[in-house]
Design a protein around this ligand. Structure first.
Ligand SMILES: [Zn+2]
Length: 568
């Protein structure tokens, strides 16, 4: 990293005092990392803004102006000159699915390719590092949109031969953009026993050439002839590593993983023990059973992995009309949605959580789903009145009845909401709910904040891209990326930029019991930061989305740097 002249001069002085003062003493006062010339938003009320930060080991040693930090710069200090750019506390994704992010990266994306050759190119790229027994899967090809259509020789589709020649040993199975057809290579068909003698099933079609041989195109029910096996160990590791890389590249320093089974937790533990978990992970066990099997909350001493929560499901989703509502759907009057696990199981999880120190995080979308969750929490809390700091959470909190809003504050329930979901859903939510119900209870951030409820933010990645910038933008504008509708969807519920940053930092840390050590840039806290190319607190709204991640720093180490591959 480039150093300012002043820093170099001071480093020289420190070298002298090193000799004079004895190594042990200097080591304590020499920074391992110094970030200078920044626009630093600390989230610390006693010093909201700063210019520079010094880190010793994995802790923040100094927060102040350049002059405060410079005496701590030694010859071995890594100095990052932020050149006026923005530094915020490490951003935390409060609800995502880490392995899912990696898995999405491991499947081949064929959207927008120009023709068959490009399909082969992308599949070949994915073939790198595949082991025995692994498949290449993907989606998104759409031959009608191809500019090079010379390969479409049998009933308007390509045939597998060229692909099978390029990738002879690894089974390939890639779905068409609409999901109604798939394309397989020879190896995949061989493994599934599909040949010239295989009959097309009812409701499906195995497309065959003039000689009666399958071309690799399977339409509708014929797709059922292919069963892609589950992931191998190697692929699971790859998914985890890709997921972490993707998060770090997006400025995420800590990730609340919303539902991990025993196998996944074992894998995370293994990574934590080997020091390979470059991002902090907070785990919600996948269900009541998993929580009970684990018995006690657990955390790794290095602070990179904590298993202390359980994910429960209250209801379904709004799009598919599974969110549980107090009144029927506006566009489906006979239907009010449903609960997805018996309400009693949420009560049981809450009791177990209160008794054994687990945090309960319940997916609740519809107003009835949310009320039921609060009812179950409250019932259990009455039995454990001495447990004050449970921090039970409501995952999504999308549609609320007015009467339930104060209950969040009274019961101390955290609203774990995804800013980006609001702008994805609000354009069509009134179809499902009618206008009045959408306005009254849909993503009511200001109503919750006014009651004193803590809101924590995220993306539910891979449902949405894991970008905190995109979710921050949605939180403060409630507009789509093109700036519509002007003033935002039910824009009076927008968060201020300070509130949105808090939902990604200090309050996010509170959401996993980490606010004492994370979430703000304060002396003594752990050194997690995200450096941004734009000042998201002051730039015009339409520039927020252009913000790039410059550095992602976790535990005092740079784990991502723009324009560079991930650090080892
Ligand atoms: Zn989720």
């Amino acid at each position: 990293m480039r150093r300012s002249l002043l820093a170099v001069a001071i480093a020289g002085l420190m070298t002298l005092s090193w000799v004079a003062g004895g190594e042990a003493q200097v080591r304590k006062s020499t920074a391992d990392l110094a970030l200078i010339n920044g626009t630093v938003y600390t989230m610390d009320d006693s010093r909201p803004k700063a210019q520079a930060v010094a880190v010793i080991g994995n802790r923040i040693a100094v927060v102040g102006v350049n002059e405060d930090v410079e005496p701590f710069i030694g010859p071995d200090t890594r100095v990052i000159d932020l050149e006026g750019q923005t530094l915020v506390p490490g951003l935390k994704e409060s609800h995502g699915h880490l392995m899912g992010i990696g898995v999405a990266k491991m499947t081949v994306n064929l959207v927008g390719i120009s023709g068959y050759d490009e399909l082969i190119e992308r599949v070949l790229a994915a073939a790198e590092g595949k082991e025995e027994g692994e498949w290449i899967t993907g989606r998104g090809w759409h031959e009608e949109k191809w500019t090079d259509r010379s390969s479409l020789t049998v009933r308007g589709f390509m045939t597998h031969h060229k692909l099978s020649e390029a990738v002879p040993d690894i089974p390939v199975y890639v779905r068409r953009a609409d999901g109604h057809a798939a394309f397989a290579n020879a190896r995949a068909m061989e493994l599934m026993g599909i040949d010239g003698t295989t009959q097309s099933p009812d409701g499906g079609d195995i497309i065959k050439d003039a000689d009666g041989n399958p071309t690799g195109i399977l339409v509708d029910k014929a797709m059922g002839l292919v069963r892609v096996p589950g992931f191998t160990e190697n692929q699971r590791r790859q998914a985890l590593e890709l997921g972490i890389q993707e998060c770090l590249a997006n400025g995420i320093t800590m990730f609340d993983d919303a539902g991990v089974g025993v196998d996944g937790i074992d894998l995370y533990k293994e990574y934590a023990e080997q020091g390979k978990l470059d991002m902090r992970v907070y785990v919600m066990a996948s269900n009541l059973h998993t929580m009970r099997a684990l018995k006690k909350p657990w955390s790794h001493p290095d602070g990179f992995l904590t298993v202390r929560a359980v994910k429960m499901y209250g209801d379904g989703a709004l799009g598919s009309r599974g969110a549980w509502l107090l009144e029927p759907y506006a566009d489906d009057p006979g239907n009010s949605g449903f609960y997805t696990t018996p309400p009693d199981s949420i009560y049981e999880a809450a009791r177990y959580g209160l008794e054994h120190g687990w945090q309960v995080c319940t997916h609740a979308i519809g107003d009835r789903g949310n009320r039921m969750m609060l009812d179950m929490y409250e019932k259990a809390m009455k039995e454990f009145p001495h447990v004050k700091d449970h921090r039970f959470r409501d995952e999504h909190t999308q549609i609320l009845d007015e009467a339930d809003i104060p209950r969040f504050a009274r019961l101390g329930v955290i609203a774990s909401m995804q800013g980006i979901h609001a702008t994805s859903d609000l354009p069509w939510a009134p179809d499902r709910l009618g206008h009045a119900r959408t306005v009254e209870g849909g993503y009511v951030w200001q109503k919750l904040l006014k009651e004193g409820v803590k809101i924590i933010n995220g993306t539910d990645a891979p449902v949405e891209h894991v970008s905190p910038i995109a979710s921050f933008y949605a939180s403060v504008t409630r507009e789509l990326p093109d700036g519509t509708p002007e003033g935002g969807m039910f824009g009076d519920q927008r968060m201020s930029r300070q509130e949105a940053l808090r939902s990604y930092t200090l309050d996010a840390a509170y959401g996993s019991f980490h606010e004492d050590v994370l979430g703000s840039i304060e002396q003594g806290k752990l050194a997690d930061f995200t450096a941004l190319s734009k000042d998201i607190m002051t730039v015009p709204e339409n520039e927020i989305l252009d913000t790039e991640i410059l550095y992602t720093i976790v535990d005092g180490k740079v784990r991502y740097e723009r324009g560079r591959a991930a650090m080892p």
